[in-house]
Ligand binder design. Structure first.
Ligand code: FAD
Length: 299
């Protein structure tokens, strides 16, 4: 795959950033610092996750509403179906609409107790596709959904997984953000399969810069992402060297993005884990630079 040098990559890349709602005042300060650093890059949107079982319902709402209020960046709220009735979920969605939030990342969510099989709430939305349909019935939200280049662990096979994505797109989702992955070929194969299935939605790679390799290994095992053996060798010996680890991590993620770009990918979604530096450095290497209007609303 012939890839341009970093310096040649400029001008035509769109990025978005994902955050999680802060649990404490210190974490909140870190989050707002990060938003302040990343906002000038002019992201298409930033999104805020929704904790398992709706545990972050208020915090997600407060964070999204503050982004909508205090910055000019379009804010997206994640919403899941876990342990909630349709009425409860509709009420949350109505609050978002009233707060001026127009973009929802619609998800099924995971079972509240790890390892159990997912069971839909008897009065709730059965899965993400049903949630997309419900949201679109309530308001003309822009709806993004999740997709899985290496298959969701609950899917019997890649065909069932694509069928599920098709149901979400048919229900009104216009963008699918991928689970994180570490090999560009994994994404290219998936993109080809999506195209071959005739699905008409933006497929945006989710990029996870590795700040804690052991944590990424654990998450990967749970969600079915393959961690190449060379990655383990690359991070070996760096546990006590955070600076070196950051450099390796940024290089690795930028290299993944660069290869994706060389294969025609122009949109990237970063799992920031509320830390700006890695995502900022990767964007910088990709030629994404601060814009004249730094994304903040005028006072
Ligand atoms: P769905 O698309 O509903 O499907 C999940 C699986 O079930 C698929 O394998 C599908 O094939 C199968 N399935 C669904 N319906 C049927 C059916 N009728 N018949 C047969 N099989 C079916 N989790 C959170 O808790 N909060 C978040 O904020 C959050 N954000 C995320 C953001 C992104 C970009 C991604 C990729 C994931 C996120 N997750 C989040 C994790 C997500 O909730 C889990 O991956 C969850 O297990 C699946 O959610 P989904 O929306 O993909 O589910």
């Amino acid at each position: 795959l012939e890839a341009p040098l970093f310096a040649d990559v400029a001008g035509d890349i769109d990025v978005s950033f994902e955050f999680f709602p802060p649990k404490s005042a210190t974490m909140e300060a870190t989050l707002w610092d990060s938003i302040g650093t990343l906002a000038p890059l002019g992201p298409r949107f930033v999104s805020v996750t929704y904790g398992a079982g709706g545990t972050t319902r208020e915090r997600t709402h407060a964070t999204v509403a503050r982004i909508a209020r205090e910055t000019a960046i379009p804010a997206a709220a994640h919403l899941t179906c876990v342990e909630a009735t349709r009425e409860e979920i509709d009420a949350v969605a109505n609050e978002y609409w009233a707060a001026g939030v127009r973009h929802i990342v619609a998800l099924r969510g995971d079972p509240p107790r790890a390892g159990e099989r997912y069971a839909a709430h008897p009065g709730g939305y059965e899965n993400a596709a049903a949630l997309v349909e419900g949201l679109r019935r309530l308001h003309p939200f822009e709806v993004s959904v999740a997709c899985y280049p290496e298959c969701h662990p609950d899917s019997n096979d890649a065909t069932a997984d694509l069928d599920n994505l098709k149901r979400k797109i048919d229900a009104g989702a216009t963008r699918a953000i991928s689970q994180f992955f570490f090999s560009p070929d994994v994404f290219f194969r998936y993109r080809d399969a999506v195209a071959a299935a005739g699905l008409d939605a933006e497929i945006v790679p989710g990029i996870m810069p590795v700040s804690n390799f052991a944590a990424v290994q654990r998450m990967s095992a749970m969600c079915g992402t393959e961690v190449p053996a060379w990655m383990e060798r690359l991070f070996a010996g760096l546990d006590d060297l955070p600076g070196a680890r950051q450099l390796v991590s940024a290089t690795l993620a930028a290299e993944l993005c660069r290869k994706l770009y060389a294969g025609g990918v122009k949109q990237f979604h970063f799992y920031t884990l509320n830390r700006a530096e890695l995502s900022f450095a990767i964007c910088h290497l990709l030629g994404v630079r601060a814009q004249a209007d730094d994304g903040r609303a005028a006072a």
